[in-house]
Write a protein that binds this ligand. Structure first.
Ligand SMILES: Nc1ncnc2c1ncn2[C@@H]1O[C@H](COP(=O)(O)OP(=O)(O)OP(=O)(O)O)[C@@H](O)[C@H]1O
Ligand SMILES: [Mg+2]
Length: 379
């Protein structure tokens, strides 16, 4: 599966998951809303029931008093039954009986109401639990949704980044091949051709000398010497481009110094170099990196900026390696991406490999300034 399709599949999966989770959230919301409305309804019913229970208790108490009174009357009447008529006695008896029956019913209804009240209270408690659990669940689901929407986006960004790195890697390989081609052409057009020329000329010297014309032969030798010198310069330049041996032998500062001297002379441009702080040898990786960084920045200033002055500062202190490369040339817009340009991207990659930072400041007409800082412990 390619990175692109992987990314797409992942997107679809995440989208589906988001849908499912969102539906569940809606459902939970629904459940909690239903529970809430039932809770409200039952609360109202509970209030009513409580009021009724009190009412029943009060009514019952009153009735009880009346029953007590009525029974007292009845016992009085029964004691002195000779004083009362039969009808009167029956009436009191029946009245008492009716009151007693009503009281019993009232007490029965009161007990049913009490039971209902207790049931309602229990049900409300359990509904309260349900509501709280639904709320807890809803907030957990919100967290999941944030994970899926925000955090997964980051995963996608990481995949995107990995894809860019992969493409960049391929471009670097291409660029390396391009570079090999350029070097072989340079050797072919420069030193190789000059050596062929020198060979021809030296044969000419040989002939001239043998024909007796010493002065002409000496003149010709001067020419040959000039050509040897310039071939030597070319070969040295190419070697420098590939990898200056001085870097291993002498270290960073002398190599940059030498590189700058040759480059300034060859391109007829003023380049200032200011090393600050310690001048001890650094770890080889750092020496190579900083030489390449300086080389690329200087080459850019020469190739693109038409600068009249380039300044390079290198500071080595206890914690950092800092380099500033500044030119007074025509500047450029660093936000414009160039397809076939790897110099600046490569510089950035190198600096990041060492956990450093690189700031590029440039604008058309304003010159260019690059500041690089990399953490480095000098022991
Ligand atoms: N110091 C500078 N002054 C003006 N323009 C610059 C400078 N440095 C870079 N540029 C511009 O930025 C572009 C990108 O530079 P970069 O070094 O990345 O690539 P390049 O020099 O074109 O090619 P490469 O370095 O891969 O051989 C250049 O083509 C140039 O237009
Ligand atoms: Mg470049």
């Amino acid at each position: 599966m390619t990175v692109k399709t992987k990314e797409k599949t992942l997107e679809i999966i995440v989208e589906e998951m988001v849908n499912v989770v969102e539906n569940s959230k809606d459902e939970i919301f629904h459940i909690s809303e239903e529970a809430r409305s039932e809770y409200e309804q039952l609360s109202r019913e509970l209030e009513d029931t409580k009021v009724k229970v009190i009412q029943y208790i009060e009514d019952g108490d009153k009735l009880e008093q009346r029953v007590a009174y009525s029974r007292q009357r009845l016992s009085e009447v029964s004691k002195y039954f000779d004083r009362y008529g039969e009808d009167e006695i029956r009436e009191i008896y029946e009245g008492t009986h009716e009151l007693q029956t009503r009281l019993a019913m009232l007490r029965k209804e009161e007990s049913i109401l009490r039971q209902r009240r207790d049931d309602l209270e229990r049900r409300l408690l359990s509904l309260d639990h349900t509501i709280k659990r639904a709320e807890g669940l809803a907030s957990k689901i919100t967290v999941i949704l944030t994970y899926l929407t925000d955090d997964f986006k980051q995963v996608n960004e990481m995949i995107e980044e990995a894809k860019e790195k992969q493409e960049f890697g391929l471009k670097i390989i291409e660029a390396q091949e391009e570079e090999r081609k350029r070097i072989s052409r340079e050797i072919h057009d420069g030193p190789a051709q000059m050596l062929a020329n020198i060979l021809l000329r030296s044969e000419l010297v040989d002939r001239t000398f043998r024909e007796g014309s010493t002065t002409e032969a000496l003149d010709e030798i001067k020419n040959v010497r000039k050509m040897v010198r310039s071939s030597l310069y070319e070969v040295r330049r190419i070697i420098y481009d590939l990898r200056p041996m001085a870097l291993d032998d002498l270290g960073l500062i002398p190599t940059i110094k030498k590189y700058i001297a040759t480059t300034a002379e060859y391109n007829n441009v003023k380049i200032e170099f200011t090393p600050i702080g310690s001048d001890e040898r650094l770890n080889q990786k750092y020496e190579i990196a900083f030489f390449r960084l300086a080389q690329e920045a200087i080459q850019n200033a020469i190739k693109h900026a038409e600068a009249s002055k380039i300044q390079v500062k290198l500071e080595i202190n206890k914690r950092h390696l800092t380099m500033v490369i500044k030119d007074d040339g025509k500047g450029f817009n660093p936000n414009v991406k160039r397809d076939k340009s790897f110099g600046i991207i490569g510089m950035r990659e190198r600096v990041e490999m060492f956990d450093g930072i690189m700031k590029l400041d440039s604008a058309p007409g304003k010159g260019t300034k690059i500041v690089i800082q990399v953490p480095y412990e000098v022991y």
